[in-house]
Ligand binder design. Sequence first.
Ligand code: SF4
Ligand code: SF4
Ligand code: SF4
Length: 351
Amino acid sequence: MLKKIFPTLGRFRFAIQLLMLLFTVYGSALIGHYAAEKVSNTLPALSCAFDKQNGAYCVLVPLQHQMHHRIGEALVQGQQVFNTVVLPLFFLLLSFFTFFVVLNKAFCGWICPLGTMQELLFRLGRRFNRPFHRLKETQAHKARPVKWLMLLVLVLGLPLLAGMGIAPDQVGDPFCQVCPSRLATTLLTADTEQIAVRTGHPINFALGALGNALFGFILIAALAARQPFCRICPLLSLNAAFQKLSPMRLSKQPHEKCEKCGICTKACPMDIHEIWKKSGHKAFNEDCTLCGRCAEYCPDDGVIQIKFFGLPLFKSSRDYYKARVKSETPEGMPKGKVIWLKPADTKLKAE
Ligand code: SF4
Ligand code: SF4
Ligand code: SF4
């Protein structure tokens, strides 16, 4: 007598297994290669791709393929991107942070070569008794937006548009093409190449000619006015943008004598009237280069201070002031020096 077949779950499962074995090994012979490929997209079958009659490709095949050809290669490219883009960007940001946040305005007053050269020229102008021009309060205020314009147009805007292909390539580095520091520092190394104007393209020619004219103007202007280029320098505006974040700052306490004094503004190479008329954070103006002259020439103890992380690095003091004015007036006139162009005058009028 035939044994009765009892439909257990185990038998049902085994039947499915057999069917799937047939399908995964011979499936494409039954349903066609095209349909088998479609099934492969949804069925994670351990069905060997080397079996030419299978009904589903093993998911591990494309997975290995993706790891090998896509992800692995992308990581290599990524590593190249890391080495060539991310790392340099990191160091750029680090130096950017050091200069713009930690040093901030102190870069201008203590490190910038063009700032130093302008100061030297001004001293030379005093020696030759050149006329002394200073900006009035309204003039200083009117000049302030120019440095922001220089930053937005010459340093950020035009190079970005050139990179996007909207503006011509020749305006990829427009600030460098007009920068007086490029000419001044290279000429100091006896390299005259930079003074030559590029004639290959009208834009380069125009910018080069403008740069040379600006350089000449600054050389002459610096003999009679303090820091002429600094007033429009895009680096000053970049520093001003980070001024509030910087631990390096100028601090001024309100003082009753200030109203009738104003020596700090006379001493300021950037003609900042706020250092005299205001106090607190308003006295630390966007044009300040942290040169410290206002603190040197303030005749009252501790009214003006240069601070780093809140710690005073330098404080105004009466004793220091008395000693300082013996060698130089707040406006920068040397005292007790012979004027070269007028040997008959042995002392400056300012004395
Ligand atoms: S304002 Fe510009 S040119 Fe003047 S000291 Fe600062 S960085 Fe140098
Ligand atoms: S020099 Fe000193 S006392 Fe005079 S106005 Fe400036 S902060 Fe005030
Ligand atoms: S405000 Fe003082 S520290 Fe700032 S630029 Fe003028 S003199 Fe120098």
